[in-house]
Design a protein around this ligand. Structure first.
Ligand code: GLY
Ligand code: MN
Length: 474
């Protein structure tokens, strides 16, 4: 059994999260301003417009963090003086089953209490307070849109949303063992889906078939939701950072296919990108060169990781490796004797043309998780889209996702700007447009002295080719 499975036999640490949030509030506020009770409402059921079905449900992340509850129409309170976490769930009443919502009838309290147990024939559980939040069905006629219990809203009217919200955002940055186990499980399923999609490449004729293979693998493994809208792009589509059509014909002349897709497991996201050759003989020369550069970028960044690392420095290192790589293959013109060509290109930010996004982001209940303090107004284009700023603490989970792309829409303005154009050899560049783009993305947890890679999907040219062909018919 995988190590994370034994951790997941335990309980979601909702109460520990409440305590963490309260400790942060106590640090930030005068004691007199610390509330006695936290009250949060979960996501309510929403109907689709002009339709009698509910819209896809996604639990509010702050609510999930403090409750572990993935059901709609719930509320929670955390009474700080007594450390009491209480979950209010909608009742399962006969009236509820008479309408369209009967399809999503909530489980009763017993089922909730058992949700994370491996099977139901376990010895009797300890009292609910020690295992899960206490819960009370809400006796309200329209349970699908229950208002907060009135005694709560009148008794605790002044909970400070503007303080609580960013406090939870910050608490979510560092993950505990249970959250890491959830992220490992999401990654394990994601790895099997990437493997299945990889094996499908030799016989697939359209990007849609890779999507189908990927989703089939995730759902069959119990992961019914994707962590984000997947990207399945071949050739030039790989250069579109958030390509969503995922329906173009695959042909070896398109050189590469980039798959950026991942499963969600019980509200926690993986985020994994792999770029593979489309041609049965593997990458062509140009694609292989770009793959190796991106691999070098990622490996160099990995080597810097440890608790307290400054994320801007890691991102900058990725650019430096990209510049060295693009100089070595001649896309950036080499300087004369004694020129600091790499330094000049770095100072002008010309590499942003080919690596236009941030190196990575926090990962957790959201794919782009909270607490990164991005500055999208930054005047420096190298850091404008960096979703994590400042130091990365031990226990944080980040993606490391360098890429090199040949996107006309992004690169061509650089070719019209003399500041950048003088560094770029357009004749050499001409051979690379068809590569599209290469990105390699793994999820890592930052440790005191390094990192642990949570991502297990096949990676590297040799391994991907082995998986793609030797097991293609297996
Ligand atoms: N993999 C999706 C993203 O990071 O934007
Ligand atoms: Mn990502």
């Amino acid at each position: 059994m995988a190590d994370y499975e034994s951790v997941l036999k335990g309980k979601y640490p909702a109460k520990a999260h409440c305590e963490k949030v309260v400790a942060h509030l106590r640090n930030a506020l005068d004691e007199k301003d610390v509330p006695t009770t936290l009250y949060l409402q979960g996501q309510t059921t929403h109907m689709q417009e002009d339709n009698d079905e509910a819209a896809p449900f996604r639990q509010r992340r702050h609510f999930l963090y403090l409750s572990g509850c993935l059901l709609p129409d719930c509320h929670l309170t955390y009474h700080i003086p007594t450390s009491t976490l209480t979950l209010f769930i909608p009742p399962s009443t006969p009236t509820a089953s008479s309408g369209p919502a009967c399809l999503s009838l909530p489980p009763g309290p017993l089922k909730i209490r058992h949700r994370r147990l491996p099977h139901l024939r376990r010895p009797p559980l300890p009292p609910p307070r020690t295992r899960r939040p206490r819960h009370h069905p809400l006796h309200h006629r329209s349970w699908r849109h229950p208002p907060p219990p009135s005694d709560l809203t009148s008794a605790f009217p002044t909970l400070n949303e503007t303080t609580l919200h960013p406090t939870i955002d910050t608490c979510r940055v560092t993950k505990d063992a249970y959250e890491i186990a959830l992220l490992k499980k999401a990654n394990a399923i994601t790895a099997s889906a990437h493997t299945a999609a990889l094996r499908k490449i030799p016989s697939a004729t359209n990007e849609t078939e890779l999507v189908g293979q990927f989703l089939c693998t995730c759902v069959s493994a119990g992961a019914k939701k994707q962590a984000y809208s997947g990207i399945f792009g071949c050739g030039a589509n790989a250069a579109t950072l958030h390509y969503q059509h995922n329906d173009e014909v695959l042909s070896p002349s398109k050189r590469v296919v980039l798959i950026d897709a991942a499963a969600e497991w019980e509200g926690y996201c993986a985020d994994v990108t792999r770029t593979m050759p489309l041609h049965p003989e593997g990458f062509d020369r140009e694609s292989a060169q770009i793959y190796v550069i991106v691999e070098q970028m990622q490996n160099a960044c990995f080597a810097l990781l440890k608790g307290g690392v400054k994320w801007e420095e890691v991102h900058e290192l990725a650019h430096e490796i990209a510049v060295e790589g693009l100089l070595s293959i001649g896309i950036f013109k080499r300087g004369g004797e004694g020129d600091d060509r790499k330094g000049e290109i770095m100072r002008q930010r010309t590499s942003v043309a080919f690596f236009p996004h941030g190196l990575g982001h926090y990962l957790g209940m959201d794919c782009h998780d909270t607490g990164g303090n991005a500055n999208y107004e930054d005047e420096d284009p190298m850091f404008r889209y960096l979703r994590v700023r400042g130091t990365v603490p031990e226990g944080a989970v980040v993606t490391v996702e360098p890429g090199v792309y040949f996107c006309r829409f992004i690169v061509e303005p650089y070719l019209r700007d003399e500041r950048h154009r003088r560094f770029i050899d357009e004749e050499v560049l001409e051979r690379y447009w068809d590569v599209g783009g290469v990105r390699i993305e793994d999820d890592v947890v930052i440790t005191k002295d390094g990192y642990e890679n949570l991502t297990t999907a096949p990676k590297g040219i040799e391994e991907m080719m082995r998986v793609m062909y030797s097991e293609a018919d297996g």
